[in-house]
Design a protein around this ligand. Structure first.
Ligand code: GLU
Length: 453
């Protein structure tokens, strides 16, 4: 069977680095196994789902290099859910309930006060057809709950029933279905809840592996039971730890925290984000990995740690710098051109080690092709004038800097900082920067002499 995974965001906000972790783990898993990666928008919550968020999520994934083999929207698949609900009703495991939210809350509060778990007591199963008719005549509409298979024929006498699975991240798992309320699958207005639609889709789309955050572990017990009730084999499950910021705070789509869009707009490389999102909280060191294929080789779901994965957003800068320092010119040529930066490969190779972001090259472009304000200390004026006179004749090449500064050393007796720094400051306007061997030919004789004067 072809490995098939899906990333299933609800389009209720922009995806952040934590969602990126889920998307990447799925994509990398598919890549490693020659499988398929599907994008499914869980947009059954019509109030909160928005088309612009769906488009932004698709664009963010595209920027990361995660191209789905197919895209689905739950809002297009209502007929499938309705048919599945009928199957469950016919099997007697989807039953109508009429309690209002207030009534349920009161019952939960009472259970808590009595020290009992706030599990739904299945009171609706005791309703007779007459009771139901009366409630409906009062204008009440039912919501529908899934009868969890945690009993021996009498649902009003539930007993411990462990659902188990071998989690690819967390190892063997067991959850007692008697500790859970029968989940609502269909609301009063007929719309379906995620717990249900996700299972129907995963079965219909032949998803073989569900890789998602550990906030879904309890859902998994219910969903495994649902798959079986629908006559489908549950997929293999993997629940990864969640990313939190260094202060331990979780990320939220709605808070817009560290959204992929904002990180992209800040000029970061997608692989900086991907490296951090995948390697944080894993068995491996967090370091810049140059490509998704290289990252796929490191994928190790079992090595993901069991505790939450703290990350420091500042690490993105460090990872980005590492990546930028190794980017070949061909990869950045278009972006440099869009920034109005010329100079071809020679310029890029001269300056990339001094860039945290590709756009930082803009700082050095005027140094070789425009105007700068030379920094000249009064006491260096004579030295710089003599430097102009000693600039070797002929074409300025990568060898010029060495020949020139050797000559200056002999002529002036200066050495070290006193020899080099005034030249760098006058020629670039900065105290630090790219290697002068490479920069000098790009600045060219005319500019060199003009800046020393
Ligand atoms: N829409 C769910 C979420 O965003 C998907 C969970 C899942 O992968 O099943 O959390």
């Amino acid at each position: 069977m072809t490995v098939t995974v899906r990333f299933a965001p609800s389009p209720t906000g922009l995806i952040h680095i934590g969602n990126t972790r889920t998307a990447l783990l799925n994509w990398l898993f598919a890549r490693r196994n020659g499988g398929r990666f599907l994008l499914r928008f869980d947009d059954t919550d019509v109030e909160r789902s928005r088309e612009d968020y769906a488009q932004a999520i698709a664009a963010d994934l595209d920027w990361l290099g995660l191209r789905p083999d197919a895209v689905y929207r739950q809002s297009d698949r209502g007929a499938l859910y309705a048919a599945a609900a009928e199957t469950l009703k016919a099997a007697g495991v989807l039953y109508p309930c009429y309690e209002t939210a207030d009534e349920l809350e009161r019952r939960r509060a009472r259970a808590r006060a009595l020290g009992r778990p706030p599990v739904y007591d299945r009171a609706a199963l005791k309703l007779t057809p007459d009771d139901r008719a009366r409630l409906e005549a009062e204008g009440r509409k039912p919501h529908w709950r899934f009868l969890l298979p945690n009993h021996d024929g009498d649902p009003l006498a539930p007993r411990r029933t462990d659902v188990t699975w071998d989690d690819l991240c967390r190892g063997p798992q067991a959850i007692d279905l008697a500790s859970l309320s029968d989940p609502v699958l269909v609301r009063e207005d007929g719309t379906c809840l995620y717990t249900f639609t996700s299972v129907v889709d995963d079965a219909d789309l032949a998803i073989t592996h569900v890789i998602r955050g550990e906030d879904h572990v309890a859902n998994s017990a219910v969903q495994i039971a649902l798959f079986r009730a629908l006559g489908a084999e549950p997929p293999v499950l993997a629940h990864h730890n969640l990313l939190t910021t260094a202060d331990g705070e979780g990320l939220s789509k709605r808070k817009g925290a560290l959204s992929v869009s904002s990180l992209r707009e800040s000029g970061l490389e997608p692989m900086a984000l991907a490296s951090l999102a995948v390697l944080t909280g894993s068995s491996q060191a967090v370091e810049a990995v140059a490509s998704l294929d290289a990252l796929a080789e490191r994928l190790d779901l079992a090595g993901i740690s069991k505790s939450s994965a703290r990350f420091d957003p500042a690490e993105l800068e460090t990872l980005n710098a590492h990546l930028v320092h190794a980017l070949p010119y061909a990869t950045v040529a278009d972006r440099l051109a869009a920034l109005g930066i010329g100079g071809g490969e020679a310029f890029w190779l001269a300056v990339r080690d001094n860039c945290v972001r590709v756009a930082d090259a803009a700082l050095w472009w005027p140094v070789v092709a425009g105007e700068i304000v030379p920094v000249i200390a009064a006491e260096d004026r004579d030295y710089l004038a003599s430097a102009g006179a000693l600039l070797p004749d002929g074409e300025v090449t990568a060898a010029t800097w060495k020949v020139w500064t050797e000559a200056l050393k002999g002529a002036t007796g200066r050495k070290g900082k006193g020899l080099f720094l005034p030249l760098r400051q006058a020629l670039t306007g900065h105290d630090h920067g790219p290697d002068m061997n490479a920069l000098l030919p790009l600045i060219g004789r005319e500019r060199i002499l003009a800046r020393l004067a």
